[in-house]
Design a protein around this ligand. Structure first.
Ligand code: COA
Length: 380
């Protein structure tokens, strides 16, 4: 019997620090008017050194788990979609696993640029529908501000930081994520790229001097690609779900540029009230943009049980990902546990993690002592 992947929890983390277009105009040769007119962005949130990708992912994940009233120990898998992982390795997902007390969960990071959330949602859905897993946490978390060249006005005006998460659970009732469509075109890989830091150009004096660790983008070409792909991916997933566009209650596109969103909405004949846009306040938060937008749409009462949602992401790769979701969660439930108890629980998870580290060190020390004793020549 096919199982359906339902979204039962959601959460987001937005760093409080704000960088406005006016602030940017003091840093590079640009203006509030130009940025608003060409992108629709007015401000973006920028993470502090403490608000790393894992930190924000953990906060978004905790909210999602709480909304779903889920015991973290029952989560089977954590997928973090990110282009800005905490480290090359270990995976950011493992740091989340430890911090939220998901003691039985596997975890990995997924790299698909700004389409990452859609890719992760599709992967999680496949695992639930196959019966392999029952509860999968999907997170998009990004600190793009760390990869921006703050002297490049073509890119630094576009991006912001943040995280969003959803919890997917398998159920027999039809609904949830009903169709997904993924695509890629590697021939456009150079159009949006961070050239260094991987195995081709590991960090060196040369890569740093040449600013090869920063985002490089051919904005015009990415724009052309995006306007083409968003509408076609949306059409494909709507057809796969067996829906028609008059059935769509809310379209949640990747928040990159309001002109890209408007052009897709026009092509799909969707009226403005059915298109969710929040990029004015956040800019492009890459893999976090769709889950953040979903959380805000829920808070704004724009998502109701039975609604038909379409989400479409696009980005580096080049990649694109579309998902058709029949919303099935009841209106946001009251938080399952009082805040104080929750804080206590996460405090315990932190302590448990520290104790694990301590025991590992003690174990290593003990092994070394035993080794030393065993290798010592016998006393005559
Ligand atoms: N402020 C002022 N002027 C700027 C500027 C800025 N921040 N950035 C570029 N310009 C200038 C350019 O230098 C150019 O000047 P020129 O005509 O003297 O050469 C002029 O504005 C037009 O540049 P162009 O690149 O054609 O602008 P555009 O209308 O394509 O807008 C983007 C640029 C980046 C906003 C737009 O191409 C875009 O949004 N692309 C998609 C990017 C995206 O979404 N990436 C993420 C995908 S996940």
């Amino acid at each position: 019997m096919p199982r359906y992947a339902h979204i039962t929890g959601w959460g987001k983390y937005i760093p409080p620090g704000i960088l406005t277009n006016h602030d940017l105009a003091k840093m590079v040769n640009t203006s509030d008017e130009w940025i608003r007119e060409r992108t629709g962005i007015a401000e973006r949130h920028i993470a502090t050194a403490k608000e790393t990708t894992a930190f924000m992912a953990i906060h978004a994940a905790r909210d999602a788990v709480e909304v779903a009233d889920m015991d973290p120990a029952k989560i089977d898998l954590i997928i973090v979609a990110t282009a800005t992982p905490e480290h090359c390795f270990p995976a950011t997902a493992c740091l989340v696993q430890d911090a939220i007390g998901a003691t039985r969960a596997g975890g990995f990071d997924l790299s698909a640029g700004c389409s990452g959330f859609g890719y992760a949602l599709a992967t999680a859905t496949g695992m639930i529908r196959s019966g392999m897993h029952n509860a999968v946490l999907v997170i998009g978390s990004e600190t793009l501000s760390q990869l921006l060249d703050w002297d490049d006005r073509g890119t630094c005006i576009l991006f912001g930081d943040g995280a969003g998460a959803v919890l997917l659970q398998g159920k027999d009732e039809p609904g949830g994520v009903l169709a997904t469509s993924l695509g890629s075109d590697g021939s456009g890989g150079d159009l949006l790229i961070v050239p260094a830091g991987g195995s081709k150009h590991p960090a060196s004096v040369e890569t740093v001097t040449n600013k090869m660790h920063y985002v490089r983008m051919n904005g015009r070409e990415v724009y052309r690609f995006a306007t083409r792909v968003v509408a076609s991916a949306a059409r494909q997933v709507v057809q796969q779900a067996g829906w028609t566009f008059d059935k769509i209650d809310l379209f949640i596109p990747h928040q990159a540029n309001v002109r890209i969103i408007d052009s897709a909405a026009k092509a799909l004949k969707l009226p403005p009230e059915k298109v969710f846009v929040n990029l004015e306040r956040y800019g492009n938060t890459s893999a976090a943009s769709i889950p953040i937008a979903l959380c805000e749409a829920i808070d704004a009462n724009k998502v109701n049980p039975g609604d038909h949602l379409v989400m479409v992401g696009f980005g580096a790769g080049l990649t694109w990902a579309a998902c058709a979701v029949q919303w099935s969660a009841p209106k946001r439930r009251a938080l399952a546990a009082p805040r104080a108890f929750t804080r206590l629980r996460y405090g315990w998870f932190g302590l448990r993690s520290l104790l694990s580290k301590l025991f590992r060190h003690l174990d290593a020390l003990l092994s070394r002592i035993i080794d030393f004793i065993e290798r010592r020549p016998p006393a005559v």
